[in-house]
Every structure is written in C-alpha cells, then in structure tokens.
Design a protein around this ligand. Structure first.
Ligand code: T4K
Length: 401
C-alpha cells in the first residue's frame, strides 16, 4: 500500500477478496467427525446423556483434572445453571468488561449483577474493587478469565472465603489454560466453559460446568435435565440444558486436535507480536507463556493520542479492507440494556472498563488465518499508524459510517 487513496474506505480495492474473521471456527478432522456422526445415526441415540456426551465429559474431566464435568447445550445456559445450583441470589459481583452473557445469566434469574472494575494490566476483575462492592445482599462473585488469561484466583478465593461468598468463574475463553500450573476448571466452586463455534474448542454450540464439589455436581446434573432424579421423579426445578450427541462428537473430535489449534494460534500471536511490537500507540496483549495458553485471541490496545487516529476509525478502515476486526467487549455490559437503564451511573465506578472498552481491537487469528494474511494485516496497520493524522482528516471529509 503506497497511497492513502489505495485504502478501500477512500475508493481503493479491499485488501482481501474474502473476509478475514475473528472467531472463524476451527474445523476438526472431518473423517473422524463424520464417522462419529454415522455412529450416532446407527445407534439412534441422539441426545439425553448419550455415549458421546459421557465420553466428552470424561475426557474434559481428565484434561482439566477436575472431578466432574457436566456438558450443556451452550455456555450461557451452563452459567445460568451454575448460578442457580450454587444458590446465588440478591447481588453478585461481575466485571462489566465481558460478553453480555455473563451479566444476562444473572439478570435472567432476577439476580442483580453488580459491575466491578478491572485491573488494566490483566483486563480481569480487580480484587480491591471487588472488596469495596460487597454488601449484605452479596452472595457471590463471578470472575471472567478474559481472553483465556486467568483471573487473580488466589485473591478472589481469599475474599470469597473470608466473606462467606460463592465464587464461580466464567471460563468461556479459558479452556486449555492454566494458572500457576493448575488447569482452569479447578478454581472456585465451579467454572463454566463455552464450546461455541467461535471458541478455542467448539462443539458447534455447547458448554460445560466443571467442579470438584460432588454435591454441587449432582445438583447441576439434575437441573440440566428438568430436575429428574428417576423416571417419574422430579426433585428440583430444572431446565433443558442437555448437550446433544452431534455436539459431543464435534467436541470430542476437536479435543483430539487441540494441539494443532494451539500451535496455529501461538504462531499467529507471535507473528503479530513480531510485526507490530514496538509500534508506537499499539500495545499487544501478552500471554504468560510460562503457563498453558490457548492463544485464542489477538488483542491490541490503541493509544489514540499517539496513533493520531481513533480506535473506531481503525476498525472501520480494517473492515472496509475485509479484515473483520471486532471491538470486543465494547461498550461494556453496563452500557447495554437493561443495565444502562437500571444503573445509569454505573460508569462512575468503572473508569478502567470504560477506558479499555474504547481502546481495544480483536484481530483475526485461528486456523483459518495464515502467515501471508497476518503479514498483510500488519502492513495495513503500520500504514495507518504512519499516516494516522492524515487519515483522520480525510475521514472527516468522508463523514460518519
Ligand atoms: N461468557 C463469555 C465471556 C463469552 O465470551 C461467551 C460467548 C459466553 C459467556 C456465552 O457462551 P455461549 O452461550 O455463546 O456458549 C460471539 C459468540 O456468539 C459468543 O459465543 C462469544 N462469547 C462471543 C465472544 O462471540 P458474536 O455476536 O460476536 O458472534 P458472531 O456471530 O458475530 O461471530 C463472530 C465471527 O465469527 C463473525 O465474524 C462470523 C464468524 N463465524 C461465526 C460463526 C457462529 C463463522 O465464521 N462461523 C460461524 O459458525 O458473539
């Protein structure tokens, strides 16, 4: 790219003919998956705790080292069930800088999500802020291991223990990650994974609760199956949270191939770091490579004053070039409905959340993105960085999108 006029937003051809996505699914070994789907059809056992679901649960428990894994139809229902089974009521402390499902899983059951600020270094719950938000109505804390980088689990566990609170983790991003050498899945009262299509490990749609608490696991198993404790015996209020056999087959097949996914993700992450490292105004979120990481997200934090162009304009230009970058998790859950109406002043206590939500860009990565793609994306970013102020002036003439 040599001239500003070459940018698609100013009339040039897009850099990519087909879009580069954030969250393009990893596709497992087709033959293995199709063989398993044939087994399912031959067996005529499609759902309701089928053999592939049981095998997937066993493999996840082994992989994480947790005593129990209960698979579910998606991560959101898994969160709702974990919240209910853990007995949360009243107020629960959660980050606002997360996917909206974390907050909705509470509000759906008329539990108030109390939004807590994050540590700008980790993008996760700031334990000091958590302590300040505890009231007599608080029953629990839900930490989110954002981008697969674990929360400060030690401090959160200390706080929860000291104040008699339940502690859950939304580990939707953190399958395959460790914290101080221990796999995610072993912290708090329970942890929740998502196996949505866009996740590191996918089962098309799916999720799971993992826990080391036998009693809680028993309750969760019943709750995800309408509360049935026998053929005609219901002992709890329950729902339908069951995972079906095709999802379990996809999850199992994906699990067998996760090493290749980690290799591809790590290669992409390191290439982005090499090519964008040191570029003024562009900070690349770092993984702690001493731990196990899934490297599923490549996230950059933009300092608009240094770059001379806003984060939103950068995303707009990237998307015109068919680089479908995302502003995850803009604008923060507290600025989405119903929370923005319920708590119009929540932002006063969320300065770091609001700052970061305005600076973040998720870039395409995963097994569908190759070395040349990343080279071109980085060249485009460097071109924008070198011409930030000029581009901003030209965009002002083009007008809003
Ligand atoms: N907690 C956290 C912290 C989460 O991040 C999530 C989910 C949950 C809880 C809830 O778990 P689930 O109930 O979803 O299991 C996506 C996902 O839908 C969502 O699962 C995920 N977080 C969130 C971070 O991202 P969107 O609305 O951004 O997805 P969408 O449809 O725009 O897809 C993302 C990109 O992937 C697009 O560019 C298209 C591409 N894509 C997507 C799908 C589904 C494909 O190429 N193929 C596909 O099949 O929410």
């Amino acid at each position: 790219m040599k001239n500003l006029k070459d940018l698609a937003i100013f009339g040039g051809d897009p850099m990519f003919d087909t879009p580069l996505h954030v969250g393009r699914p990893n596709i497992p070994d087709r033959k293995l998956l199709l063989d398993r789907i044939n087994d399912i059809l031959d067996r005529r056992w499609l759902t309701n705790n089928g053999p592939y679901v049981r095998e997937f649960e066993k493999k996840i428990a082994e992989f994480t080292g947790a005593r129990h894994c209960i698979c579910m139809c998606n991560g959101t229902v898994a969160l709702e069930i974990a919240i209910r089974a853990a007995g949360l009521t009243g107020e629960v402390i959660v980050p606002s800088f997360t996917f909206i499902a974390t907050a909705h899983a509470l509000q759906w059951q008329e539990i108030t999500p109390v939004f807590c600020d994050i540590d700008p270094k980790t993008h996760n719950l700031d334990p000091d802020c958590v302590e300040k938000l505890i009231t007599p109505r608080t029953t629990g804390i839900i930490g989110v291991h954002l981008w697969g980088r674990p929360c400060n689990v030690e401090r959160l566990q200390e706080i929860a223990r000291g104040r008699g609170l339940k502690l859950l983790f939304d580990a939707a991003h953190a399958f395959g990650c460790s914290c101080k050498g221990r796999m995610v899945g072993n912290f708090g009262n329970a942890e929740v994974f998502s196996f949505h299509a866009t996740k590191f490990l996918n089962s098309f749609e799916g999720g799971a609760i993992v826990t080391n608490d036998d009693e809680l696991a028993g309750k969760i198993r019943l709750m995800k199956n309408f509360g049935f404790a026998g053929l005609d015996r219901v002992i709890y209020i329950g729902t339908n949270g069951k995972m079906n056999e095709i999802s379990a087959a996809a999850g199992l097949t994906g699990l067998e191939g996760i090493d290749e996914v980690v290799t591809a993700n790590r290669r992409n992450y390191r290439q982005y770091r090499r090519q964008l490292g040191g570029l003024p105004g562009f900070g690349i979120m770092a993984y702690n490579e001493k731990e196990r990481c899934n490297y599923q997200y490549v996230v950059i934090v933009i300092d608009e004053r240094t770059v001379g162009i806003s984060r939103d304009d950068l995303v707009r230009i990237l998307r015109e070039e068919n680089v479908l970058a995302r502003r995850y998790f803009f604008p923060g859950a507290h600025k989405m409905e119903p929370y923005r109406s319920y708590f119009p002043n929540a932002g006063i206590l969320l300065p770091e959340t609001e700052r970061l939500a305005g600076q973040i860009i998720s870039l395409p990565t995963g097994t569908s993105v190759d070395k040349e793609d990343i080279t071109k994306v980085c060249e485009l970013i460097k071109f924008m960085a070198a011409n930030g102020k000029k581009i901003s002036r030209m965009l002002a003439a083009v007008g809003p999108s």
